[in-house]
Design a protein around this ligand. Structure first.
Ligand SMILES: Cc1cc2nc3c(=O)[nH]c(=O)nc-3n(C[C@H](O)[C@H](O)[C@H](O)COP(=O)(O)OP(=O)(O)OC[C@H]3O[C@@H](n4cnc5c(N)ncnc54)[C@H](O)[C@@H]3O)c2cc1C
Length: 589
């Protein structure tokens, strides 16, 4: 699970071990394993040196930039130095450096839209793109939002925009030349409702080939984005989500002047402090309709869904970073004459951090892979994606809150101090489960819509059974156990979806789908990694998911500690273990 980090040799380093200088790609063999499984060999070989470079930057200079940008937050200026009413947001140079790396050097925002990024002749599959998302966000989570919404804007424009709009904005949204790049934004939320989008009050009035928008947007991340996708109600349209249109609003008009909207103020946020989120007043802002006017909400929902996947990946990144941090501390700090990792409770705490992290990694790539197959035309994959997306978003973002808190505690008192990354990780982690749909909203989406309306749980059940069929080297008894739990989790989801008085169970049922799906996926991956390099340890994680997250035992009975500890020791070591050894531990547990 983790390769040793041996750079911590100084006295200060031993007192307060840190990940500074760690290469987050090299320190993460599971990431390379999963990419080898999911990507064609030629593509994996092409991106690996770039991932290696990003891994080194994220563990070093970008991490330092993230720390600085978090402390020196953006400042809104109302006028320029000549006294003209031109609004600008001033960013710390460290934030600009983060932008240059993400947009300019790696082009993460454009990878799945524009051909030729990083020398690859085609567009990248989402799975490959999110390997970059995953590494970058281990250093900087705040800029993760602008990267993702720029990507989302370009995708919306490519899918639904007119030829004229595409000609005007698509190239700059997908540029890696920083002088030509325009970043995107996505403004939906109003005071009346973020979850209840149908209550929005922003209006659109047609004026020739464009529209004029009036109203107020309450949460606008990347507030000074040059191209914004937003929702508004055209004059005379019906109430609710069916009356909402999608619009593209440029920051600047064709004559170079600022469009008619004002950033009233920037939010003073708990996390993502490096990035500017503002409140915006629309005062007759000029905008263009995108796609069909009465399909605005449905079109925007596409962007929200790909953002929810990105959110799951980014929360996984926070967890992986927290895990690296906790492992570095546990392997280097000595308490009562022992390294923390050599103490049973230390190992148990690390396993809790590691288990949720590995689950989220597996589920992120399972979901990304479903998106790639859905975009290639598979109906089954589209149904699978429909249920996996909210399920991942729900559980991974919630787990990130706890994992980052537990990793902070592993560091002791200084974990709580802002000089180390742990405090920032914890603050950032609390946002993942709020934006792009709160926990309740995504759990209801998974259960009421994906299951209740679309029957997408059948695709999930079929996919998980097929993976078990395809894992003949996994001990038979374990496969049968997972089969039965898959059917029970899917059965419960159907029951909850079918009855209105069961709505309060939506979160529990979504968690169960997540845990069971991740246990199956971990077993499926174990066989493949065992075949590649003789390491089946992910099967032990599959077992731990079921034991600790699906079927917690009798709280008054002592656990079988010797086997549990043997599993933890093996997982926390760098020693690979093949299917036979792992199978014996599974049987004994
Ligand atoms: C830092 C930050 C940046 C943001 N950036 C953007 C942005 O760029 N663009 C944008 O459009 N939005 C943005 N948002 C807004 C965010 O998406 C919303 O805050 C979020 O969707 C919740 O909406 P709300 O704040 O109106 O809360 P509400 O919808 O009022 O929710 C309040 C509570 O009610 C619960 N609730 C709602 N409906 C139900 C239900 N049916 N059953 C049970 N419980 C329910 C919710 O779970 C929540 O706990 C941002 C938010 C933050 C914090």
């Amino acid at each position: 699970m983790h390769q040793p980090f041996s750079d911590v040799t100084s006295k200060a380093g031993l007192l307060a071990p840190d990940t500074t200088g760690m290469n987050f790609y090299r320190a993460d063999p599971a990431l390379a394993d999963l990419l080898r499984i999911h990507l064609p060999d030629a593509l994996f070989r092409h991106i690996e040196p770039h991932l290696d470079r990003l891994g080194a930057l994220a563990g070093g200079p970008l991490d330092e930039c993230a720390r600085l940008a978090d402390r020196h937050t953006p400042v809104l200026h109302q006028r320029d130095r000549f006294g003209r009413d031109v609004q600008t947001i001033e960013y710390h140079p460290a934030y600009r450096e983060l932008e240059r790396a993400a947009f300019g050097e790696f082009g993460i925002h454009a990878m799945s839209i524009r051909k030729g990024i990083l020398g690859w002749p085609d567009k990248y599959p989402v799975t490959a793109k999110h390997a970059f998302t995953f590494l970058f966000n281990q250093a900087e989570f705040g800029l993760g939002c602008p990267i993702n919404v720029t990507d989302g804007c370009a995708k919306l424009l490519a899918n639904f925009g007119s030829d004229a709009l595409k000609a005007k904005y698509l190239d700059s949204l997908t540029q890696t030349d920083m002088a030509k790049l325009t970043q995107g934004g996505q403004f939906m939320t109003e005071k009346e409702g973020g979850s209840d989008v149908g209550t929005l009050t922003t209006t659109a009035v047609q004026e020739g080939d464009h529209w004029r928008l009036s109203g107020e947007k309450w949460f606008c991340s990347n507030a000074d984005a040059k191209v914004v996708m937003l929702l508004a109600r055209p004059e005379g349209a019906p109430p609710g989500t069916r009356g909402i249109g999608l619009f593209l609003m440029p920051r600047f008009l064709d004559d170079g002047s600022q469009n008619h909207y004002r950033i009233v103020r920037l939010k003073d946020k708990l996390g993502t402090r490096s990035m500017a989120s503002g409140e915006i007043k629309l005062e007759g802002a000029m905008a263009y309709a995108v796609g069909k006017l009465d399909r605005g909400f449905v079109q925007m929902a596409e962007m929200v869904n790909s953002s929810r996947l990105s959110n799951g990946v980014k929360s996984t990144a926070l967890m992986r970073r927290a895990y690296h941090d906790a492992m570095t501390v546990a392997k280097n700090r000595v308490v009562f004459g022992n390294r923390i990792v050599d103490l049973p409770l230390g190992r148990r705490q690390l396993m809790k951090i590691g288990l949720a992290t590995e689950q989220a990694l597996s589920m992120s790539f399972l979901t990304a892979d479903a998106m790639d197959r859905a975009e290639a035309g598979s109906q089954d994959a589209a149904a699978l994606l429909r249920i996996l997306t909210p399920t991942l978003k729900f559980r991974a973002t919630r787990d990130a809150r706890k994992v980052c808190g537990d990793a902070l505690e592993m560091r002791g008192g200084i974990g709580y101090i802002e000089e180390f990354a742990t405090a920032r990780l914890l603050r950032d982690a609390h946002l993942g489960s709020i934006w792009e749909g709160t926990g309740n909203i995504v759990a209801l989406d998974a259960l009421k819509r994906a299951v209740g309306r679309h029957g997408a749980e059948s695709a999930l059940a079929a996919d998980l059974h097929a993976r078990l069929d395809d894992s003949a080297k996994v001990p038979q008894a374990w496969r049968e156990r997972l089969r039965s739990l898959t059917d029970r989790a899917v059965g419960l989801a159907r029951e909850v979806a079918g009855q209105t008085d069961n709505e309060a169970e939506a979160r529990r049922a979504t968690s169960l789908l997540y845990h069971v799906a991740s246990a199956v996926q971990l077993a499926w991956e174990a066989q493949r990694i065992d075949e590649m390099r003789g390491d089946a340890r992910r099967l032990l994680l599959s077992r731990l998911v079921i034991d600790h997250r699906v079927l917690p035992g009798d709280p008054f009975r002592l656990a079988e500690n010797r086997t549990q500890d043997a599993i933890a020791t093996l997982l926390l070591s760098d020693r690979p273990a093949g299917m036979v050894e792992v199978g014996e531990l599974i049987a004994a547990a």
